[in-house]
Design a protein around this ligand. Structure first.
Ligand code: 1PR
Length: 589
């Protein structure tokens, strides 16, 4: 779950009407239900919060957005489907909605706090109790339950019996649950009619469990270490734990069916064989400004992005937005933008990158990650920007995750030296506010061969291919500033430290393999993916589809990322996926 401080949470449009109508520890729906049980008292309640009974077939959808995280994606998806959006400003807007979407973002407690303090919780309960068209997404599903263990226990709206708890990582699963998973669709859910056995995109650490008490609500479950509730439905009230706005075409069909229940898909979707969490194939765009000042997608050989020509210009492989759109169409499960000179240019001064995100998120409906230069910064005028501000701007512009490189190395070094968390690093601050699933740490290590494992105070492994002088061992030295400076910390030590500091995922590059097309460094990927409990993305060196099956068969990587082969159109994304399927490795098709 994305976690939000109140100051980050209460932004426009909600900040304009904070009135305390409830004690924040009460549960608005349990209040409603208990009043309902009292019969006449319920009438009094309803006269105060009455719901418009009529339904118009216009194309307006009401959105309950309390100003946190990436709600741009759901807005873009709704516009893409031809709907216009009315933002909730007052509880009355909820009661008067013809159809209401609640894309809950943030942590459970601050979200409930906002709902209670603004009177929204009570209005929501009334709206739902009257069986009005409702779609909750992610936290928007969890808040309907009695309570959550997230930083709690915290009381929820009390519509559905049950407690929301954390995934149990001791069951051998990686937490957060990030990626494309299959559903087991139970009762007729209508909005899931086009999903069938295709994958949808999840990103969360907390989940609700099906039970006897809530079985009438559950419309589908998902298996990840255990069976959890992936959607509920009762009458016109729906909620999903996955993100339809990030689940490609199949996700858009879920939204379409909710918004226009009479719409039936033009053709029955092709049956797919989703059964569990799929391995992800990620397309990465290294972005920087070239010598003419244009923002271009570039690609290095071992991080050197300049052509070996007399002009020595920055290699230009295309326009970021165009390429991202193409990769979405081609079936990429995720797209990463890395602003590779962000370490020296301040990202908020680099508005083109923000524009790239905005334009891309307009019609790319899979997760977007952006990295480069995320750190605290003081500009030439002395104005201080916190890394949180930088991240917030990226999230507002359409990013689902941010990726931190250099600054995470400094934070990990500090943490290892002092043994104490300061809570002040960009990694800690951003994961505290937006949740660890929103924070990726990008590691840029270089292989250093040694003759003896005791030669260095870092984790050393026996390598598959000996070094130039027959060395059988190596450690992986972390670098900062795009590989320009080696630091006194290894990839293993860094990965362990950043997991503790709040990273939700690791993007594991390897400078030696970057752009070489000879395959991933499986020694390195195995080392790191066996050492941490968060998902690891293998990166650098993909040259053929076989390299993807190799990394998934020999390591515990959750995803594999490539750049050069996709940019140069040497290997289509679909060929990679077809090859993985042939090897019985589950992927989203
Ligand atoms: O340190 O927080 O400013 O973040 C900078 C980010 O930019 C980091 O994520 C870092 O990895 C990235 N970066 C910096 N310099 C370069 C460079 O290439 N000169 N790119 C760079 C890193 C590695 C991957 C690449 C894979 C796959 N690129 O992103 O896409 O290696 O490539 P391949 O499939 O062609 O082998 P900060």
């Amino acid at each position: 779950m994305i976690q939000l401080s109140m100051e980050a949470t209460v932004a426009a449009p909600f900040s304009s009407f904070v009135t305390s109508t409830q004690n924040s520890s009460s549960s608005p729906c349990s209040l409603l239900l208990s009043r309902k049980n009292l019969g006449s008292v319920n009438l009094r309640f309803k006269s105060r919060l009455s719901v418009r009974a009529s339904s118009t077939s216009d194309s307006v959808v009401t959105l309950l957005d309390y100003g946190a995280g990436n709600v741009r994606s759901i807005r873009n998806a709704l516009r893409h489907l031809g709907f216009s959006i009315k933002d909730v400003q007052t509880p009355g807007d909820i009661l008067n909605a013809d159809r209401l979407i609640f894309p809950g973002v943030g942590a459970f407690a601050p979200a409930m706090d906002v709902l209670n303090k603004t009177g929204m919780g009570e209005a929501l309960c009334t709206y739902i109790d009257n069986d009005r068209p409702f779609l909750g997404i992610c936290l928007g599903l969890q808040l309907l339950f009695d309570s959550s263990e997230e930083n709690g226990p915290v009381k929820g709206l009390g519509v559905i019996p049950g407690t929301v708890g954390r995934f149990d990582s001791s069951a051998g699963i990686r937490v957060p649950h990030i990626g494309w998973n299959a559903l087991q669709v139970g009762k007729d859910s209508e909005i899931l009619d086009d999903v069938g056995n295709r994958h949808v995109y999840f990103v969360h650490s907390y989940r609700a469990i099906p039970s006897n008490e809530n079985k009438d609500w559950v419309s589908s479950t998902c298996h990840y270490g255990e069976s959890f509730i992936s959607s509920i439905r009762r009458g016109n009230v729906h909620a999903v734990q996955f993100h339809p706005e990030k689940s490609g075409e199949v996700g858009l069909s879920v939204l379409r069916r909710f918004l226009d229940p009479k719409s039936s898909s033009k053709q029955k979707p092709e049956e797919r064989k989703a059964s569990k969490l799929a391995k992800r194939v990620i397309a990465c765009l290294d972005v920087r400004t070239n010598d003419k000042g244009d923002l271009v997608v570039t690609k290095g050989d071992q991080y050197d992005v300049r052509e070996q020509s007399n002009e020595n210009e920055v290699r230009n492989l295309g326009k970021p937005v165009d390429l991202a759109r193409q990769y979405y169409k081609d079936g990429a499960d995720e797209i990463s933008f890395l602003n590779i000179t962000g370490f020296r240019d301040f990202p908020l001064g680099d508005l083109p990158m923000i524009q790239v995100l905005r334009y891309t998120s307009e019609n790319v409906f899979v997760p977007l990650t952006v990295g480069g230069g995320i750190r605290d910064f003081t500009d030439a005028t002395g104005r201080y920007y916190s890394s949180l501000e930088v991240a917030a701007e990226y999230f507002r512009s359409g990013a689902d995750k941010i990726s931190i490189g250099s600054d995470a190395v400094y934070a990990a070094e500090e943490f290892r030296k002092s043994g104490a968390k300061t809570g002040k690093s960009s990694l800690e601050q951003i994961s505290r506010v937006y949740g660890n699933q929103a924070v990726v740490v990008s590691i840029d290590p270089r292989r250093v061969y040694v003759n003896d494992p005791d030669d260095v105070p870092y984790k050393v492994i026996r390598v598959t291919n000996p070094g130039p002088n027959g060395e059988e061992y190596a450690w992986y030295q972390c670098t900062v500033s795009g590989g320009r400076e080696g630091r006194p910390i290894g990839a293993y030590e860094l990965a362990k430290a950043v997991e503790e500091l709040g990273a939700g995922e690791i993007l594991l590059n390897c400078i030696d393999c970057d752009g070489q097309g000879k395959g991933f460094d499986t020694d390195l990927v195995k080392l790191i993916s066996d050492s941490v409990g968060i998902p690891v993305i293998a990166s650098s060196g993909a040259g053929t589809p076989e390299h993807f099956s190799e990394v998934f068969e020999t390591t515990n990587a959750s995803a594999a990322l490539a750049a050069g082969i996709f940019h140069r159109k040497e290997v289509p994304i679909q060929s990679v996926k077809e090859h993985l399927l042939e090897k019985s490795i589950e992927v989203r098709m």
